[in-house]
Design a protein around this ligand. Structure first.
Ligand code: ADP
Ligand code: MG
Length: 325
């Protein structure tokens, strides 16, 4: 039986689930006209700056093509929202450009459910999109509003470098996510959380918003992403690797190798979606008292480049982060 046509598909899976009107969170009453016309009509919150970002997830590049559609939707929206969190923006709206090999209700129903549940969780709503036929690919554009954006170019020499939560879980999870390894039940559960349900760090961003000098989310690996703060701020960094919060999964997946391969995963593995940010000396005490799930891992310095030390000795990773080209 053929699946729904283009317009039926949009109505059934998208416009019926994301109607104009009051939404939770900051998106409330900002949508004048949602899905269905040539454009959405949106009212930005007064006095705020809009932050917007787009990311494409390509099947078999960013997720296994045969993965559960509910989880694909969750991952697609969460990794996009992570960019808003990294700017300290409150999520408002998103659009979805969906390329599908076929109109398959068995795939669309769980995908739309994953999208709607994730959107509700973060108070963001779908306001438009595009639907085309071709190899599976999901492009989401998110827009949020910020009062005090956290940019990459504000760090100063001497600022302390922090990361949120733990690093390396998603990269360590990859062989399990790709089905190359089975893993233990605990490892599979940690893979699910890290790979399909990464948590955009809105709460941490909000809490440090008045104190941090620069921030970004770690999508390509800490070293690669911290180097963006370094370049934008025209600085370098010194990291003390014994301080690095290495995720349990990165440790257990590297158990047969050694602690250094777990470190390597935490430093260069991608897909963490944790925050990396810098805090000037005068705000360190205040940030410390906020009791956030964050760890100080080093300092910004005037000398360009990132230098890592492990127990005082220089330490060099082999790789340095994911590059598409
Ligand atoms: P147009 O031809 O004017 O670009 P479309 O026929 O592509 O419009 O889409 C009709 C309406 O449905 C538009 O409001 C568009 O934003 C929305 N839409 C299309 N695809 C999607 C999708 N995958 N998710 C959400 N909204 C969509
Ligand atoms: Mg269109």
């Amino acid at each position: 039986m053929p699946g729904p046509g283009e317009f039926e598909l949009i109505r059934e899976y998208f416009s019926s689930r994301f109607q104009t009107g009051a939404r939770p969170g900051s998106a409330a009453n900002t949508v004048v006209l949602g899905i269905g016309d040539d454009c959405a009509l949106l009212n930005p919150p007064a006095g705020k700056t809009l932050a917007t970002s787009v990311d494409t997830l390509v099947a078999d590049v960013h997720f296994p093509a045969n993965a559960d559609p509910y989880r694909i939707a969750s991952r697609a929206l969460r990794v996009n929202l992570s960019d808003l969190a990294a700017m300290n923006a409150e999520p408002l709206w998103f659009t979805l450009a969906l390329t599908l090999p076929q109109s398959d209700p068995q795939w669309l129903a769980p995908f739309a459910r994953g999208l709607a549940e994730t959107a509700d969780l973060y108070g963001v709503t779908l306001v438009g999109g595009d639907t085309t036929k071709g190899p599976l690919s999901i492009t989401i554009q998110v827009t949020g509003a910020c009062e005090k954006p956290l940019r990459r170019d504000g760090a100063r020499a001497g600022d302390t470098v922090f990361v949120s939560n733990q690093l390396g879980a998603a990269a360590a999870a990859l062989p399990i996510a790709l089905g190359e390894m089975v893993g233990t039940a605990e490892q599979r559960q940690q893979m699910e959380a890290a790979y399909y349900f990464p948590e955009p760090q809105f709460a941490v961003a909000r809490a440090i918003g008045n104190y941090a000098s620069a921030a970004l989310d770690i999508s390509d690996g800490l070293l690669a992403d911290l180097s963006h703060i370094c370049e934008a701020s025209k600085l370098g960094a010194e990291l003390e690797l014994e301080e690095l919060p290495v995720a349990g999964l990165a440790q257990s997946m590297n158990a047969e190798c050694n602690t250094e391969s777990a470190l390597e995963t935490a430093l260069t593995g991608g897909d963490d979606y944790q925050l990396c940010f810098t805090v000037p000396e005068q705000h360190l005490d205040t940030v410390d008292k906020l009791n956030l799930p964050i760890t100080a891992i080093g300092r910004m310095s005037a000398e360009p480049g990132i230098r890592c030390r492990l127990h005082g000795n220089p330490w060099q990773p082999r790789g340095s982060g994911y590059r598409h080209f």
